[in-house]
Design a protein around this ligand. Sequence first.
Ligand code: SAH
Length: 242
Amino acid sequence: MWRAIALTLFPEMFPGPLGESLAGKALKEGVWALEAVDIRRFARDRHGTVDDAPFGGGAGMVMKPDVLSDAIAAVSPRSGGPDVPKLLMSPRGAPFSQARARELAKGPGVLLVCGRFEGVDERVIEAHALEEVSVGDFVLSGGEIAAMAVMDSCVRLLPGVMGAARSGDEESFEDGLLEYPHYTRPASWTGPDGIERRVPEILVSGHHGKVAEWRKKRREEITRERRPDLWARRTAKTDEEK
Ligand code: SAH
């Protein structure tokens, strides 16, 4: 069973949205397990202090190294926890990616440390060799939503979770391209702007080869237009292969 452990000051946030739909069904079926560990349990005083003012001054509070370190140690292999990659949710981390999700999904699970306040004491990151991971160039108020995003992207890749839905290899990012546009019935639809829109003729032609060709072309156009960074990486790669 694939195991996700979240270290958090808000354990009641979990499973939250991960208890619904695809991930929720897989959770109930035991395809994966989720444990939310309350960092506050490891506080050393009776007030349950988990943060303190930053050395050097400045705004906000910092998560204390001793408390957080004890929480991490309590779920480590030495304490009977699983031997899994240890991630720290962090806006200055490496951008999380579909490739990393795939790697994590292949392994035994993941440990996700959710920051709060201004973040965590740097020494804990060093001492536990935490891998800093960001879910995007914006700042959340805590790591919980980021951790859920990471978990969700891994869980849907676990064997049996998506069923026969799709192999996944044609999805956005899997081969460096964004997805092609989707259409469903009705074949003709008039929107609130009064304009009738028909689905592209090729899609109702029944010609699988031509459909595949059209989709590939659309994926390339959309990627070039919207994500020149992905497109550049892809063209560099194909040049290399030549
Ligand atoms: N002072 C920090 C922001 C702290 S936000 C800074 O300027 O970079 C509080 C917590 O939210 C962080 O410790 C982290 O765990 C989480 N977080 C915020 N934005 C995130 C992002 N883009 N990706 C992953 N985690 C994030």
